[in-house]
Design a protein around this ligand. Structure first.
Ligand SMILES: [Fe+2]
Length: 509
C-alpha cells in the first residue's frame, strides 16, 4: 500500500529525529532499513542539478527472482515538505544490483532541497542536498569537507558524524572509499580480497552500513574521485603493483577485475548518467566552477597512468632513475592533460584548484623507511609534472591550490615552479585518513628529520585520523584539520587552522 505524504512526513521526521538523538513519537512510522539497507545519497551536483541515489533489493524476494522494483522519488523545496518540486518513478533492476540513480535537473543554484524514496510501501530516511552556486556569479563563501582513505576494518567513521553536523556545502572525497584488503581488525571484512563483481558489491554494502557514513551521504551532496583501493593496490591503465597483502593473481585476470571494481563503484556512487556512461573512457575527471570564487578540477590519476619505470623494492618504493623524465610518460594520460590545459584557469575565479589523490612536491612520505619515493607519486612522472606546472606559469593561473589525500597524514606546503623569468607556487593542502592507518610516531619522526626546512613542507602530522574542513572566501582559505578517534562515539577535536591568503602561496597557522 502506498504511503501518504502525511504519513511520510511523520516517518521521515521520526527518522531524522532518531538520527539526531531527539525524542521520537511512539506511533510515528519509521524509515525502513530493510528496504534501503545502504541508505540514500546525493552527489555530482552542479548549479542546476543533482543525482539522487539509493539501493533497493526486493524485500520478500523468491530465490532466483529477478523482477525490477518500482521506486518513487520526491524532491521538496522546504523542510516541512510542503512543496514537492519534482517527483518520479524509476525501476531498480537486478542487473544493476537494484541501485537507483536519478538525474534531477532544473533546480535553482545554491539552494537546499529535501528528498526521499518510497518502494513497496516502505519509506527511506529524509535526505538533504544542495546545488552549487552559479558559475561566474558573485559567491562570498563556500565550504567543503575534504576526505580520503576510509578503511572499515581499521576503525569507525567518526569524522562523518562531525561533517554531517557541520553541514558544509559539499563533501569532496579524494579516494580510497573502500579498501580491497582489511588493514585492521576492528571490524571484519566479508571477503579477504575482492575479485568478482559480487565481491566488490558486498564491500560497498558493508561500508555503507556505517551509520555516520550513511548520515553524511544522506544529508550532504558529494563529489568524489577514486584512488587505488577502489580496485587494487597501485593500479594503473594496464598494470597494478600488488603489495604483500594482495592475492598473487595472474595479470591476465586484471582487466576483468578492474571492470568489476569500476562497475561496483558506478553502481554505488551518485554519478550522472553521462559520467557513468563515460567512466571507462574518461575516468572520474570533472570540473566545477563555483560562482566567481573557486574552480575545482577533479583529476583521474589512476585510469590512464603509465607503469613505473624505476626499480621498485618490495614495498613499491623507488629511487628516481633517469626514465622518470621521459617526455612521453604521463600520469593523467595525454587526453586528460589536454582537457586540463584547455580550460584550467580560464574561469576568472579567485581560486584555482586541482582535486587529486597525490601530493605534487617531491616528498619522501615514508622517510622512516629510507630515502625512497612511493610508486604512486608525481615523482614517478617528473616530465608530466613539469608540463603541468609550465602550463600554469604560461597561463598565469592565479591562486593555485592542490587539494589531495592518499598519504594518511595532514600535509601542507608549496610546490615551487619556475620557467625562465616567471615563477609561481602551488599551495598543497592534504587531508589525513578517515580511518586507515597513518604509520605512527616512527613515520612522524622520520618525516620531520628529513624534511625540516626544505622550503616545501610546512606541516606534516600522520598521528591523527579525521578530515579537513575548508572554508573559501575571496580573501583567504581557512583549512581546519578536524581530528577524530575512530572508535564508537569517538571524540572529535581540531588542530590550529591553516590560512592561505589570496596572492601568497603557502599556509600560516
Ligand atoms: Fe589510502
Amino acid at each position: 500500500m502506498p504511503v501518504s505524504r502525511r504519513d511520510f512526513v511523520a516517518g521521515a521526521l521520526a527518522s531524522v529525529l532518531a538520527t539526531t538523538g531527539c525524542a521520537v513519537r511512539e506511533d510515528a512510522p519509521r524509515a525502513s532499513n530493510t528496504a534501503f539497507p545502504a541508505g540514500i545519497a546525493s552527489g555530482d551536483p552542479t548549479h542546476g542539478s543533482v543525482v539522487l541515489w539509493t539501493h533497493t533489493p526486493p524485500v520478500n524476494r523468491e530465490p532466483g527472482q529477478q523482477r525490477p522494483v518500482a521506486v518513487r522519488w520526491f524532491v521538496a523545496s522546504d523542510d516541512e515538505l510542503g512543496t514537492i518540486v519534482q517527483s518520479g518513478l524509476v525501476l531498480a533492476h537486478a542487473e544493476h544490483y537494484y541501485c537507483v540513480h536519478v538525474d534531477v535537473d532544473g533546480l535553482s543554484p545554491a539552494t537546499g532541497y529535501w528528498y526521499w524514496f518510497e518502494t513497496e510501501g516502505q519509506l527511506s530516511a529524509l535526505g538533504r542536498t544542495k546545488t552549487l552556486p552559479e558559475p561566474g556569479r558573485p559567491c562570498g563563501e563556500f565550504t567543503f569537507a575534504l576526505v580520503s582513505c576510509q578503511d572499515y576494518s581499521a576503525g569507525y567513521f567518526t569524522a562523518y558524524r562531525d561533517i554531517a553536523g557541520r553541514r558544509p556545502d559539499l563533501v569532496v572525497h579524494v579516494g580510497d572509499y573502500i579498501y580491497e584488503t582489511p588493514g585492521g581488525s576492528v571490524r571484519p571484512h566479508p571477503v579477504d580480497e575482492p575479485v568478482t563483481l559480487n565481491d566488490y558489491r558486498s564491500l560497498y554494502r558493508l561500508y555503507r552500513s556505517d551509520p555516520d557514513l550513511q548520515r553524511a551521504r544522506a544529508e550532504l551532496p558529494w563529489l568524489q574521485i577514486w584512488d587505488d583501493h577502489e580496485v587494487v593496490n597501485d593500479w594503473g591503465r594496464d598494470h597494478y603493483l600488488p603489495s604483500h597483502y594482495n592475492k598473487p593473481l595472474p595479470i591476465e585476470t586484471y582487466p576483468q577485475r578492474k571492470a568489476a571494481a569500476q562497475r561496483a563503484f558506478a553502481e554505488f556512487t551518485p554519478l550522472s548518467r553521462r559520467k557513468r556512461e563515460l567512466l571507462a573512457t574518461r575516468g572520474v575527471r570533472d570540473r566545477r566552477i563555483i560562482g566567481d570564487l573557486l574552480e575545482l578540477n577533479f583529476l583521474d590519476v589512476r585510469q590512464f597512468r603509465d607503469p613505473p619505470v624505476c626499480e621498485l623494492d618490495e614495498k613499491n618504493h623507488f629511487e628516481p632513475c633517469e626514465d622518470v623524465h621521459l617526455p612521453d610518460r604521463s600520469l593523467l594520460g595525454h587526453d586528460q592533460e589536454r582537457w586540463l590545459q584547455h580550460r584550467f584557469g580560464q574561469s576568472q575565479c579567485r581560486w584555482n584548484g586541482l582535486v587529486q589523490t597525490t601530493v605534487m612536491a617531491p616528498i619522501r612520505m615514508n622517510a622512516a623507511e629510507g630515502l625512497k619515493y612511493e610508486a604512486d607519486a608525481w615523482d614517478n612522472y617528473a616530465a608530466a609534472r613539469d608540463r603541468l606546472v609550465t602550463h600554469m606559469i604560461q597561463q598565469e593561473v592565479p591562486n593555485l591550490v592542490s587539494f589531495a589525500g592518499n598519504i594518511h597524514a595532514y600535509y601542507a606546503g608549496t610546490y615551487p615552479a619556475s620557467n625562465g623569468s616567471r615563477s609561481t607556487a602551488i599551495t598543497e593542502l592534504v587531508t589525513t585518513s578517515i580511518s586507515a592507518s597513518g604509520g605512527g610516531q616512527k613515520r612522524y619522526d622520520g618525516f620531520h628529520r628529513l624534511h625540516a626546512g626544505n622550503g616545501m613542507s610546512q606541516f606534516f602530522d600522520n598521528r591523527h585520523h579525521g578530515y579537513l574542513h575548508v572554508n573559501v572566501t575571496a580573501d583567504d582559505i581557512l583549512a581546519t584539520p578536524v581530528t577524530v578517534e575512530t572508535r564508537q562515539r569517538g571524540a572529535i577535536a581540531a588542530l590550529p587552522a591553516w590560512r592561505v591568503a589570496s596572492g601568497t602561496p603557502g599556509i600560516t597557522t
